[in-house]
Design a binder for this molecule. Structure first.
Ligand code: GDP
Ligand code: MG
Length: 292
């Protein structure tokens, strides 16, 4: 018997959804930073076994949209609610549980099997964890509750076993050697975006998007040219930094991360351009891949 299914990871910003998916898949597919709204897309990570295929989806954190980019991010979240075989609702030991009432209601009404993953148990005590589990039992009575630490690899095997146990019978959805639905170009742009989230403060990372202009693969080396789009002239100056020092740092960090990801040398060229209103312009958003 072969099992297969979609296991969709949903939850508030910063609870560790991307960390969890990467740990379950064993690859660094989703970028991770300490800032909220790092993840903007739905990203699939596929785990294949002889007699199973689990298709995980990492999604943006639940939010109230205030510009079109965020509306599109929430579309990815709602989409992930409709096609799941199993929902992993991720919460952690530090967030308040009352924030995503609408999504929790949708989960209750969906009738989809749900596992509440309480992440970051490394930051709490057994007593506090038990009290938290109690409130989750009341919030989602039908759900199973699994405490983990995605960062420290605690109880991920237990979570995996539970998922596999609930996976429906069925054929594989994707070729058995596939790892994700996204392209190398996508991962290249995400890696640059991650380094921007890590190196700049305040609104700059949230006003930034990446376009890969060229991706040329050769046996020993990939040549990648990318443009960093920002919303304002002043942000262009911040991204570039004094005599180009900041852009150089981002470029070096991104190149090193790409080389690790690809297992080969990378030649990376970065440009910076201003693009006033890409976060609110449908055509621009489509160009950056924000559509269902
Ligand atoms: P997302 O926004 O839900 O995708 O969250 P991320 O995966 O980007 O993680 C947000 C922050 O939480 C990052 O700084 C992670 O390193 C941290 N984090 C994730 N899992 C754990 C965990 O198990 N324990 C602790 N202490 N931190 C974690
Ligand atoms: Mg994320």
């Amino acid at each position: 018997m072969h099992k297969s299914g979609f296991v969709n990871i949903i939850g508030n910003p910063n609870v560790g959804k991307s960390t969890l998916m990467n740990a379950l898949v064993g690859e660094r597919l989703s970028i991770i930073t300490s800032k909220a709204q790092t993840t903007r897309h739905r990203i699939m990570g596929i785990v294949n076994g002889e007699d199973f295929q689990i298709v995980y989806s990492d999604t943006p954190g639940i939010l109230k949209p205030s510009y079109k980019l965020q509306e599109s991010m929430m579309k990815f979240v709602r989409g992930a609610l409709t096609d799941a075989d199993i929902i992993l609702y991720v919460t952690d030991t530090v967030e308040h549980t009352d924030r995503s009432a609408e999504i929790l209601e949708r989960i209750r009404l969906s009738g989809i099997r749900t596992i509440v993953v309480i992440n970051k148990v490394d930051l709490t005590t057994p007593e506090a964890l038990e009290a938290l589990a109690e409130t989750w039992r009341a919030t989602l009575p039908g759900a199973e509750i699994v405490p983990v630490s995605a960062l420290n690899n605690f109880n991920l095997q237990g979570l995996f076993d539970l998922i596999l146990g609930h996976l429906p019978e069925g054929e594989a959805f994707y070729p058995k050697d596939s790892l994700t639905d996204k392209t190398l170009r996508f991962f290249a742009s995400e890696i640059i975006r991650e380094k921007i989230f890590l190196n700049y403060d305040k609104e700059v990372p949230y006003c930034t998007e990446i376009a890969i202009e060229e991706y040329r693969e050769t046996p020993g080396l990939d040549r990648i040219t990318a443009t960093i789009y920002v919303a304002r002239d002043s942000q262009k100056g911040i991204i570039i930094g004094h005599k180009g020092s900041m852009l150089k740092r981002v470029g070096t960090q991104a190149r090193e991360e790409m080389e690790k990801f690809l297992g080969k040398k990378v030649f990376l060229q970065l440009f910076v351009k201003v693009n006033d209103d890409w976060r609110n312009n449908d055509r621009q958003l489509r160009r950056f891949g924000y559509e269902e």
